[in-house]
Write a protein that binds this ligand. Sequence first.
Ligand code: NDP
Ligand code: GDR
Length: 327
Amino acid sequence: MPTAFITGITGQDGAYLSRLLLGKGYRVVGLLRRSASSDVVGERLRWIGVLDRVELMDGNLTDLSSLIRILQACQPDEVYNLAAQSFVAASWQQPLLTGNVTGLGCVNMLEAMRIAAPHARFYQASSSEMFGKIQAARQNEETPFYPRSPYGAAKLYAHWMTVNYRESFGMHTSSGILFNHESPLRGIEFVTRKITDGVARIKLDLARELSLGNLDAKRDWGHAADYVEAMWRMLQQNAGDDYVVGTGRTATIHEFCKLAFGHVGLNYEEHVVTRQDLLRPAEVDILHADPTKARERLGWTPTVSLEDLAAEMVEADLARYRAGTRG
Ligand code: NDP
Ligand code: GDR
């Protein structure tokens, strides 16, 4: 039975990846950081039905010795580094923490592997935010980077260190440059989930309006369940590499609002208000993936349309409010 170690297991992608790997017969071990709210940190794993099937080990991405001890104990075949301060907007308020966790944290994981599990395969959760102020209309593995936030800059450092450990030490390291992916388990602070949660509240007469920032930004949105499949496929290749993963379709926040509100028969223009304080100091105006390499080399294609994604998320939020278990 192969063993996978996942940092960020309590996040959106960690839950979907755990379910995928357990289904493939893996032993799944995850990094759990100390929290005063330990009763709720496993909520996503519980929602997706795997909490009692994964092993959680205490540590922190910023604490190298904890990572070394965990690797020595569980001896993984594959390591997926998904942990990060992942909210772009927060990275201007906490740039040093973001650099520490999202940037240096990756190198802590690589160093721990070099010391304790040098033959394991490594996946780094890189991001389309590294393209930032885009240098080509469609972004692929050859497109130059231009990050626009402390988060994007931290991810770029982690990306290049992943490449560097591959080239310097011959380690099997891969960088998945993933475009936005969403699901009912998306954090409430991200725009799609904020919108579908808002739709549910308005539909159930718990609220009348929803405040958003820049509605003109365009994103290439897919479903998290599809994207964790791409992560796994990268680590099944003979050598590590870099891959862009996205749908190849881009849409504005306006369009996502229209789909989500429209799903329950509402007109978003009657409910959405814009607030200046929700605008970012520097915006990424548009992201649009060219996922040709992932399709050709990994045989990966997205399976969920934006329409179905919005509908699934709205239905899940309605169900949470009706069951009294919003979260
Ligand atoms: P989430 O924000 O849902 O999850 C982040 C995870 O990181 C959580 O498990 C969190 O733990 C953990 N974490 C944060 N800080 C630390 C720390 N110091 N030590 C250990 N664990 C920590 O992110 P997603 O699941 O959406 O994304 C997964 C990864 O992919 C992230 O690295 C993100 O930046 C990247 N990414 C995401 C994309 C997306 O669209 N979702 C696109 C491209 C890249 P806790 O539960 O305790 O907070
Ligand atoms: P992003 O996701 O920054 O692309 O990062 P987010 O959903 O936060 O923003 C997407 C776009 O929506 C605009 N927007 C708003 N965003 C939020 N959060 N809240 C609002 O009220 C709002 N109004 C408009 C934003 O300005 C932006 O243009 C996500 C994260 O998962 C990263 O970790 C990941 O690397 C990238 O996707 C790819």
